[in-house]
Each structure stands twice: as C-alpha cells, then as structure tokens.
Design a protein around this ligand. Sequence first.
Ligand code: CP
Length: 293
Amino acid sequence: MRNLLSMEHLSNEEVMQIIERAAQFEDGEMTRLEKSYNVANLFFEPSTRTKTSFEMAERKVGCTVIPFDADFSSALKGETMYDTVKTLEMIGMDAVVIRAKEDEYYNELLEGINVAVINAGDGAGQHPSQSLLDLYTIHKEFSSFEGLKVTIVGDISHSRVAKSNATALKRLGVNVRFLCPPEWAGDFEAYHSWDGLIEDSDVIMLLRIQHERHVINKSFSKESYHEQYGLTFELEAKMKKNAIIMHPAPVNRDVEIVSELVECERSRIFDQVRNGVFVRMAILETLLEGRSI
Ligand code: CP
C-alpha cells in the first residue's frame, strides 16, 4: 500500500491487517518504524478528531510532525494541490495527510508525487481512515463481519463516511441497509422509515447532517428530521440486546440522536474516537514501512 485514498482501493486482507495491527497497538505494542519520518497534516476543511487523532498517532509511532496551517498557506494565493504537496516533498516530507472540499482532489497527486498521501476526507467522496476505525470498532465488538446487519442512517448522499463504509462492509459480508429522507439517498436504495430495521440491526450507524454541503433548504426542520429519522429512547429500547450505536461525529445532539443516548451503555461514539488513534498508527506504519522497503 503506497497511499490511502479510498476504501475502493483496499482489499479485505489489507483491511484485516490494519485491524490486527491496531489491536496490537491498543494492547500496548510499540511501533516497528526505524526512523523518524516527517509528516504534515493539510486540513483545508475543519476537523477536530481526524486532525488531532492523526497528530497523536504520528507522534506515537515516532514521526516528526511538521506544522502546516491551511489558513495561512500559499493555497490561499491560488497554489494548486499538486504544487503544495510537491513543495512539501522537496522540503523533506515523507507523508502528507490531506482533507479537502473537492471530491477526489487526490487524482492530481497520482503522477509525480513521491510522498505517501493519506486522504483524511475528500468532499462528499471518501473518508478511509474513519471507515477503518469504524470497522475496527465493529470487529472489536463482534469479532467478525460476516452476516452482521448494519443500518446507516441519515445524510447518505453527502456523507463520505457512508460511502467508505458501504463499500468496505458489503465486501466483508455485512448486510448494509440505508435509512434516510428520499432526497438524501443519492445512488443508494434506501428505506424511509425505521419500520423493521431497528429490531434486527447489530449496528445503528448514525450520520451527521452535513449542512455545509447542502443547497439552502428553507423547509428543513431539525425537529421533523429528529421525529422521523433521529434515534430516540423509544427506538433504542427496541434494539437487540448486544446491538451498538455508532456515529463518526461531530454529533448534532437531539437531531441525529437524543443527547442523553450519546454516552449510553450501547453507544460506541467516544470509543470510536479512541480507537481512531490505534488505527491511524497502523495506517502510518503500514504506509511508511511499505515505502521504506
Ligand atoms: N469524524 C470526523 O471526521 O470528525 P472531524 O471532522 O472532527 O475530523
């Protein structure tokens, strides 16, 4: 693996290798990296957990984190993504972690760039490190994927998490169902009511409503969304005994989920954040070690 761009590019074997390595990191194993690689995090869209989690993972595996502030970079003077990354390569970077608002921004980096590129989210495209930490969280809970039922709920068409997870989970043998308002289904066949979905789901995966990617819709009401698609106490009470609740976060409390359920017993929302550090350590080690051979 030379870059991490999309879950479409990862085999089940590569996914399982990352999961197994992340579990070793969680158990306290140290990294195998022999040198201190230089890594920069280029976030052209806001982030709390992905950016901080990558920085924590980079430090834990012994990388040197080179500060990059997108808001004060020459991208604001019109420099292209290619020229930005090539410049960082010439300065001595070994890897760059990038979040950008353009879908598939990474296509312009496939030729001529020799550093590892890790996609930390491209527009409404893919979010592979989030997907891998979601898969790690599910595997930690159920020890396998085959035959699980996962219901992904919410803003499907604007969600890079939904797309990355749908690709990976289906390939791993999971029965993936989608629940959303008709206008947010995109290319997916979706249900528009919870009927029959809550009782047999092993995982309810809620998604954030991505207002920043919507054309202004004056008829949208948080209250009516919550009433039809939000996870309420009543729905939670119908979940299977061992079923879990996930959400990539940030959460719109009392919209996607009742605020009090965010940290309920079956919620793994903050565990996902913790798991993300181990998974990103595994991603960094796999990419940097793979390139150094
Ligand atoms: N889940 C996720 O990508 O969160 P951030 O936008 O805070 O990084």
